[in-house]
Design a protein around this ligand. Sequence first.
Ligand code: PMP
Ligand code: GLN
Length: 386
Amino acid sequence: LNRRLAEFGTTIFAEMSALALSTGAINLGQGFPDTDGPEEVREAAVRALRDGRGNQYPPGPGIPELRTAVAAHQQRRYGLSFDPDAEVLVTAGATEAIAASLLALLEPGDEVIAFEPYYDSYAACIAMAGGRRVPVTLRPDEGAGRFRLDLDELRDAVTDRTRLLLINTPHNPTGTVLTRAELSAIAELAVERDLLVVTDEVYEHLVFDDAEHVPLATFPGMRERTVTIGSAGKTYSFTGWKVGWVTAAPELVTAVRSAKQYLTYVSAGPFQYAVAEALALPESYFSAFRDDMRAKRDLLSAGLEEAGFRVFRPSGTYFVTTDIRPLGETDGFAFCRGLPERAGVVAIPNAVFYDHREEGAPFVRFAFCKRTEVLQEAAKRLGAAF
Ligand code: PMP
Ligand code: GLN
């Protein structure tokens, strides 16, 4: 492994899913649903396969039907208008969108500001692109019960070498949804310092209670400098299909497409046809999905609280971050390694998502995108173990 990647071994998700398999523990580690997405969307994929649509290389930017559906979704939901031919790119999941964006937009040595804890591929992709990551730590606000961005710290992190802000809202793993005021301040900073923004909005449909997802691209001065990333994996519960997308101004999409061409060339054809249909599902699909996940959040959060964890009830995503200190524990790594034996449950130590590991040491993430009976059993086991 070269020096750029030396610090990145096996991803924690693979490690913890393997631990779940080998111990038979309930896997609340890696974020994937244990039920598949809508039947009609699966049928659409089967039809495409059977009819020979997408079985050979589809167009590099993605099939026109999907690009049109992505543009229509952004218009309908957010009033953002994108030209499907010039301003939309289909990628192999959000993961490739992140990689291609960073590879396309960074010069070696450029600084990238990302919130810490950050989704693990950010650090690896910044490294692959030769960039330097500059973490700004989200810290728990005990009163508000959420992890919060310190805007002064963000402003102070910008230097003459800063090229890009890498934003994620709703945020994995903390479940924080940035408020309109926070996003507005980020947008002002980006305009003032002439920064590019890559914003990972894969959990855009998983927002609960009073929280609202507002795309950064909707703020003044942002549309031309923002690469917005979405994914079918999270919204439609098909994480194995690896269909994601980018919406941005033409020059940015052209740049990201240049990198994408030499990563995967194209993304899987038949799934693109199916996702184009999924994006056109009525609003009732999204609200039912959200309501279901909210009930699951409440179920697991209550179980964790009863077991003695301090719970940061998330406003978005399908993850709940907990503090294990009330259990008399301080090291999330050791805690998660021992949890399968102790409680028959697998979770993720948030410390892996930090450069300042000590900041993340006592936090542990549980995924609640699982069947109700699985969450009930997990809650029961945790209640018995602690
Ligand atoms: N971004 C975030 C914040 C994620 O949690 C994930 C995990 N699914 C991804 C990107 C990757 O998405 P995909 O599976 O579409 O590659
Ligand atoms: N995004 C998922 C999570 O955060 C997992 C994706 C992956 O395994 N790379 O758990």
